[in-house]
Design a protein around this ligand. Structure first.
Ligand code: ADP
Length: 502
C-alpha cells in the first residue's frame, strides 16, 4: 500500500537503517588486523616451535601455524583407524567445549586456571592446550596450542600402538621432530600469548569502533542529504508550478487590461485632436496627461505580457533576414524625443559599410535596443551622453561564432558590481524608489536577456558606479538550432501589429 503520511515514510527509513556498531556484538575478526595478527602468531609459533591456531566462535580459522608435527600426524592419518581417531581428536579440540568435560582436564602451570586453559590428550600421546578468548564477558573464540610432546612421554600409548600397520620405529623417528616441552612451559607460553592477544584486541576494537562510527556518521549524513535533496526537489517542482501559474495569471490579466486601456487612449487622443469639439487649454492639458499616463501604463502591461509569454515559452520569434543597423536606427529614433527632453546627447556609431543581415526577429531586436537605450537615457542626467555602437560582423569569442556586438553606453549613475546579476531578474530594481522617480517596473532587462538568449546571444554589463554603464549584446549571425530557449521560431511573416513603446 502506498502510505502518504509523514510517519509512514519515516518509519520506512528507520526500518531500512542498519543497527549501529555499538549495538552489534563484535567478532574476533572485526577487532583484529588479520594480516599483522597472523604475523604475530607466526613469530610466536616459530619462537617456541609449537603450532598455534586461533579460531572464532563460528569455527573460522583466523590464524593457523603448524610447526614440526605435520609429518608425524600425516603418517598416523595414513592408516584408516588413525584417520578416524585423529578426526575425533581434532573435532574435540576445535569444536568441543573449552570446559572440563569430554576428556579435558585443567592444564598445569601458573595462570592456567585463571586463563581457563584446558589440556586435551591426543590418542598418539601428544597433547593440546586450549584457551578460551574472552572479551568484555563474551567468548569470542579459542587458541589451540599444539600438538606438542609432553616432556614425560616415554612411549606411545596403546591407542596408537594398537593401530594395525603402524611402524613404531618410523613413528618414533617422526615424533622426534615434534617439540618436547613440559606442559607448564606450554601453558605459560599460552598465557603469554593470551596477554598479547588481549592487547591487540583492545587496540583493534578502538580502531574498529572509530572507523565504523565514522562510516556510520558519513552514511547518516548521506541519508540526511538524500532526504533533503528529495524535499528540495519537491519544493522546486512546486515552485515551478507556482511560477507557471503566476505567468499564466499575469498573461491573462495583462491581456484583459490592454483592450480597455487601448480604448481609453484612443478616445483621449480623439478628444485631444478636437474630434468631439474644441477643448479649452486646461481641458487639453488634462486629456494629454490621460494619453501620456495611459501610454506608460500600456507599456508596463505590454512588458508584463511579454515576460509572461517568455516565461511560459509561448513567445514566438518571427525569424527573417534583419539589417541590424536599421533596427538600431529605428530604436534610436523612438527614444530620441525622451533624450532631447532630458538634455541627454544621443550618439549612434554604425559600421561605415553595409553589413550582412542576420537571422533574427526584427521587432524583438528593436525592443532589446529600445529597452537598453531607454534605461540609459532614464538613468543619465541632463548634460550626459548615451551612445550606441554596433560592430562589424566578426567572430565573437562569447559565442565561438561570427556575429555582431552592440553596446549601449551612458555617462549616468552607474551600477554597483554586486547588482550586476540581480538587475536581469524580473521586477528587480537597484533602488526601490526607481519606479516613482524614473518609471518602469524592473522588467526591461529581464526581457532583454530572454530575447537575446532566445536568439542564441549573450548580454552583459560593465559599470563604474557614479560614472556610467555599458550594456553589451552579442548576437550570432545565425542562431544555433537548439537555441531560442523556450521560444518557438517561425518562418518570416508580415510583422505583427505591435505597438511602439515610446
Ligand atoms: P526598470 O524598468 O526599472 O528600468 P530594468 O529591468 O530595465 O527595469 O532595469 C532594472 C534596474 O537596473 C533598474 O531599475 C536600475 O536600477 C538598473 N539599471 C538598468 N539600466 C541602467 C543604467 N543604464 N544605468 C543605471 N542603472 C541601470
Amino acid at each position: 500500500m502506498n502510505g502518504a503520511s509523514g510517519n509512514g515514510a519515516s518509519d520506512g527509513v528507520g526500518a531500512s537503517r542498519r543497527e549501529s556498531v555499538l549495538q552489534r556484538r563484535l567478532s574476533l575478526a572485526d577487532m583484529l588486523d588479520l594480516p599483522s595478527f597472523v604475523e604475530v602468531v607466526r613469530s610466536f609459533s616459530e619462537l617456541y616451535r609449537v603450532g598455534i591456531k586461533v579460531m572464532d566462535t563460528a569455527g573460522d580459522k583466523l590464524a593457523d601455524v603448524k610447526v614440526g608435527h605435520g609429518d608425524f600426524c600425516s603418517y598416523v592419518f595414513g592408516f584408516p583407524e588413525g584417520r578416524s581417531r585423529c578426526t575425533a581428536t581434532v573435532a574435540r579440540v576445535k569444536d568441543g567445549p573449552v570446559a572440563l568435560v569430554q576428556g579435558a582436564r585443567p592444564a598445569r602451570g601458573d595462570g592456567s586456571e585463571a586463563a581457563g586453559i584446558i589440556a586435551l590428550p591426543c590418542f598418539t600421546g601428544l597433547r593440546y592446550l586450549v584457551m578460551p578468548v574472552r572479551w568484555e564477558g563474551d567468548e569470542l573464540g579459542r587458541v589451540i596450542l599444539g600438538p606438542f610432546t609432553p616432556e614425560e612421554l616415554a612411549d606411545f600409548p596403546p591407542s596408537l600402538t594398537d593401530i594395525s600397520g603402524v611402524d613404531l620405529s618410523r613413528a618414533h623417528e617422526l615424533v622426534a621432530r615434534v617439540r618436547r616441552v613440559p606442559e607448564r612451559t606450554a601453558a605459560q607460553v599460552l598465557v603469554h600469548f593470551g596477554q598479547v592477544l588481549a592487547a591487540l584486541v583492545a587496540s583493534g576494537q578502538r580502531a574498529f569502533l572509530a572507523t565504523q562510527l565514522h562510516i556510520e556518521a558519513m552514511l547518516e549524513t548521506h541519508r540526511d542529504l538524500e532526504a533533503n535533496n528529495a524535499r528540495l526537489a519537491q519544493a522546486n517542482t512546486r515552485l515551478k508550478e507556482l511560477d507557471r501559474l503566476k505567468s499564466t495569471f499575469l498573461g491573462t490579466v495583462s491581456h484583459e487590461l490592454r483592450t480597455p486601456l487601448a480604448s481609453i487612449i484612443g478616445y483621449s487622443e480623439m478628444l485631444a485632436e478636437g474630434l468631439a469639439g474644441a477643448l479649452n487649454p486646461e481641458q487639453l492639458l488634462y486629456v494629454r496627461t490621460i494619453v501620456e499616463k495611459g501610454e506608460s501604463l500600456l507599456n508596463l502591461i505590454s512588458s508584463i505580457l511579454d515576460l509572461s509569454q517568455i516565461e511560459a515559452g509561448r513567445l514566438r520569434l518571427v525569424m527573417g533576414p534583419v539589417d541590424l543597423g536599421s533596427v538600431i536606427q529605428t530604436a534610436v529614433s523612438s527614444v530620441a524625443p525622451q533624450a532631447q527632453r532630458k538634455g541627454v546627447e544621443l550618439e549612434v556609431r554604425l559600421p561605415p559599410l553595409p553589413q550582412p543581415r542576420l537571422a533574427a526577429d526584427a521587432d524583438k531586436l528593436r525592443q532589446v535596443v529600445v529597452n537598453l537605450l531607454a534605461n540609459a537615457v532614464k538613468f543619465t542626467s541632463s548634460g550626459g551622453r548615451v551612445s550606441v555602437v554596433m560592430s562589424e560582423a566578426t567572430a565573437q569569442k562569447e559565442l565561438a561564432a561570427p556575429g555582431y556586438r552592440v553596446s549601449v553606453e551612458d555617462t549616468g549613475m552607474g551600477i554597483r558590481e554586486d547588482q550586476f546579476e540581480n538587475i536581469f531578474q524580473s521586477f528587480y530594481q537597484v533602488d526601490g524608489s526607481s519606479t516613482r522617480e524614473h518609471g518602469g517596473a524592473g522588467l526591461g532587462l529581464a526581457i532583454v536577456k530572454s530575447l537575446v538568449e532566445g536568439h542564441g546571444g549573450r548580454v552583459s554589463v560593465e559599470s563604474e558606479f557614479g560614472r556610467g554603464s555599458r550594456f553589451t549584446v552579442v548576437l550570432p549571425l545565425q542562431p544555433p538550432l537548439s537555441e531560442h530557449g523556450g521560444f518557438s521560431a517561425l518562418a518570416p511573416t508580415p510583422s505583427p501589429s505591435g505597438h511602439d513603446r515610446f
